[in-house]
Design a protein around this ligand. Structure first.
Ligand SMILES: [Fe+2]
Ligand SMILES: [Fe+2]
Length: 198
């Protein structure tokens, strides 16, 4: 039997952060554990989001080793607990966004057929992406470091920044310069979604 949910909970509980139990209960209520990671790109299946964040966690730990080999003096900025919080919780914003819908497509004989797919519905708490994850986590009372907040807030940078103001772009640049946790999370998220399809 798949123990992804237990693994997710036990890694987070091991951080001993204030608020973790409330986060786990809140995620259950929102449907996080059965949610897909996207509509039709990576992890577009029930439980895909949970698999995605666990993959990002594994990759972020491996990337942390590379980061420390390149620059040992940043070890204090990359505690394993922060990697866990950032990687496992960066996409909590997606928990209730993807809804099952019926769509139509042509089958092998050119006949229209119904099939189940995921659509997007942002209406329950429309706040954006990384910023929504951070706000949800803080509201649940999770104790977070500044670096964890920056990493989660800015993890989508390239996708979020195209039409943003100079101030937003400046904040993203400053966070990228001072927060190695952000660089690691972005790389791990990219590997999981674009290289591994998870
Ligand atoms: Fe994301
Ligand atoms: Fe992600």
């Amino acid at each position: 039997m798949d123990n992804s949910k237990e693994k997710f909970a036990s890694i987070l509980m091991a951080t001993k952060r204030r608020g973790v139990e409330t986060v786990l209960a809140g995620l259950e209520e929102l449907g996080f554990y059965n949610a897909p990671a996207s509509t039709r790109f990576h992890g577009s299946e029930p439980g895909g989001l949970l698999k995605h964040v666990l993959t990002v966690y594994d990759e972020a730990l491996a990337i942390r080793e590379v980061q420390l080999r390149l620059k040992p003096e940043i070890e204090a900025q990359l505690p394993p607990d922060s990697v866990a919080i950032a990687a496992l919780l960066h996409d909590v914003c997606k928990a209730e966004v993807y809804k099952e819908v019926e769509k139509f497509r042509k089958d092998a004989n050119g006949q229209w057929e119904k099939y189940k797919a995921y659509g997007v519905d942002y209406s329950s708490f429309p706040l954006g992406h990384g910023e929504k994850s951070v706000i949800r986590l803080l509201r649940w009372g999770l104790e977070m470091t500044d670096d964890e907040i920056m990493a989660i807030r800015w993890h989508m940078s390239a996708f979020d920044l195209a039409f943003q103001s100079p101030e937003i772009k400046g904040c993203h640049g400053a966070a990228s310069d001072k927060c190695p946790l952000l660089a690691g999370l972005k790389a791990a998220d990219g590997l999981a979604s674009h290289i591994m399809g998870m």
